[in-house]
Design a protein around this ligand. Structure first.
Ligand code: IPD
Ligand code: CA
Ligand code: CA
Length: 264
């Protein structure tokens, strides 16, 4: 199954790369001015579903653009056909394809492909995480002040700030530096690869996380909610780290939440 997922990710990634700068239709989703979908997102998703369904016709699918294709299968493919749509519409070459497979409610395998750097991240539960076939391990950084961390922001932040600004400002004071790349799937891959020490975000969707959180866990990292409880791809607020700085990041999130509540 991972081989077919890799084929689908490579094919969709090549399609995305070939169409950078050639977006013709930008639509807004859910009435939000900044939540975009293009004809490229939709075509990428059609390609991925087509390839996977031709091999696994009975499997269930949860896809960002076409939603849930409910079946009675215990296998569910969770797909983000273009993670980084805003970057893509600006021809900023930071975007990816993310494909995860859930079995009986647990992530089984995942593939994230960055066609710009030709980086293919793959993972199977119990068998480790890989970048272009080389094993990955999270970083060993043990102090937040020496940590490079990353985040993202929800599309509805203007209506529902979700304490995201407070989280950001608190981490600014506590970490070495913060980045915002614009592709949550890559953020997670980079934690797995030890490039980032931690990643937090509010209101992520299952397709942003499906492959990436398994990559982090299989690379030796940790994935929880903001209270430090084991999480799933269906819980929206997420923290993924090298494990060593996890508690330090939880403390900052908690302090930022307290601060935000005390002001409201
Ligand atoms: C978005 C990106 C971004 C994250 C947003 C996601 P999309 O996905 O992953 O980094 O901050 O929360 O929705 O819309 O480009 O697939
Ligand atoms: Ca996404
Ligand atoms: Ca997307």
């Amino acid at each position: 199954m991972i081989d077919i997922a890799v084929e689908a990710a490579l094919e969709a990634g090549a399609f995305l790369k070939a169409h950078v700068g050639k977006v013709h239709q930008i639509e807004r989703k859910f009435g939000e001015e900044t939540n975009l979908v293009t004809e490229i997102d939709k075509e990428s998703e059609r390609m991925i579903i087509g390839r996977l369904r031709s091999k696994f016709p009975a499997h269930d699918f949860l896809c960002e653009e076409s939603g849930n294709h409910q079946t009675s299968s215990e296998y569910k493919w969770v797909i983000d056909p273009l993670d980084g749509t805003i970057n893509y519409t600006h021809a900023l070459p930071i975007f990816s394809v993310s494909i995860g497979l859930e079995y009986k409610g647990e992530m089984l395998l995942g593939v994230v492909y960055d066609p710009n750097l030709n980086e293919l991240f793959t993972v199977e539960r119990g068998h480790g995480s890989f970048l272009n076939g080389q094993p990955l391990h999270v970083s060993r950084t043990d102090r937040l002040i020496e940590s490079l961390i990353v985040t993202g922001f929800p599309y509805d932040i203007k209506k529902n700030p979700s304490h995201a600004v407070e989280h950001f400002s608190h981490f600014l004071m506590e970490a070495q530096a913060i980045r915002r790349l614009g592709s949550a799937a890559l953020d997670l891959c980079y934690v797995a690869a030890g490039r980032f020490d931690g990643f937090w975000e509010v209101k992520l969707n299952p397709w942003d996380m499906a492959a990436g959180v398994l990559l982090v866990e299989e690379a030796g990292g940790k994935f929880t909610d903001f209270d430090g409880r084991p999480s799933t791809i269906y819980k929206k607020d997420m923290l993924a780290t090298n494990g060593v700085i996890h508690d330090q990041m939880l403390r900052v999130l908690s302090a930022a939440n307290d601060h935000a509540r005390s002001r409201s």
